[in-house]
Design a protein. Structure first.
Length: 267
């Protein structure tokens, strides 16, 4: 219960910080771990093999995976509706729709399917927090947050992962991924100038020192309910899917050698 006592800004900040959960609940942690497992690995160029980026969702029906990645990342696994509009009544006929509905066990009439085909699609995909802040940003004079986040994370990872010791697991060698990023970012005064955001450096200084506390704090402050934590975390990872896939590759290699690897949570 909040008391009607006058507090300084620092006192208020302390109270708010204490009110936020400092750790993930068991359900939240399981949901985060599940999201981490949904990222498929990518191999280095000298060992490159073709890997389906949605391989870790192979236990799900293709239609569900397609809908999921379309909603979370606007990634298309199917031909666009415009493609089917162009071939409608030429190579795609009413009999085809009727047969498809029967095969799927759906009670849709040809008229219903045709109406869906020709109408505008009002469905939209999920937007992460960077899209939210970019929506009110003067993009003519300011760099987009989405672009800066991708650039900054990629630049850091390229430097961080270039070192490889000859012995030990990747999970051990690269432990401290988050703390190293945090220390580097706190010292980079240029981000505040580049993004034209006064006080940004202080926000970095206020971030928690460990990744799980950061995740727990974010879930509380953004009001992410437990039933969508996995989807939200997967959407964040897919925003920088290239490096997330590299972390998944390191995890893959460690598991082949019997090592544990929790780098994806830090990432």
């Amino acid at each position: 219960m909040m008391r009607s006592i006058r507090k300084s800004k620092s006192d208020t900040k302390t109270i708010l910080a204490q009110a936020v959960e400092s750790h993930l609940s068991d359900n939240q942690k399981q949901a985060v771990m599940k999201a981490c497992e949904l990222i498929a690995p990518t191999w280095p160029l000298d060992e490159l093999i073709a890997v389906n980026p949605w391989w870790e969702m192979r236990d799900m029906p293709f239609t569900k995976v397609s809908a999921k990645v379309s909603a979370l990342r606007k990634a298309q696994c199917l031909m666009s509706k415009s493609y089917f509009q162009e071939v409608w009544m030429e190579t795609l006929l009413p009999d085809h729709l009727e047969q498809a509905a029967q095969d799927l066990g759906k009670d849709f009439s040809v008229e219903t399917l045709e109406r869906y085909l020709i109408e505008d699609d009002e469905r939209s995909h999920w937007h992460n927090i960077s899209d939210l802040v970019d929506s009110g940003r003067d993009r003519k004079y300011k760099m987009a947050w989405r672009d800066e986040i991708t650039h900054q994370v990629s630049q850091f990872c390229a430097d961080f992962f270039r070192f490889k010791a000859n012995e030990g697991s990747y999970g051990t060698i690269y432990s401290g991924l988050y703390s190293e990023w945090l220390g580097t970012t706190r010292q980079d005064m240029g981000i505040e100038i580049l993004m034209a955001e006064d006080g940004l450096t202080q926000h970095f200084l206020d971030l928690p020192e460990d990744p799980e506390t950061l995740l727990a704090t974010a879930l509380v402050e953004l009001r992410v309910s437990d039933d969508v934590v996995t989807d939200y975390m997967q959407a964040l990872l897919m925003d920088v899917n290239g490096w997330a896939s590299w972390v998944a590759y390191l995890r893959w290699q460690d598991r082949l050698n019997g090592y544990d690897n929790q780098l994806m949570i830090e990432f």
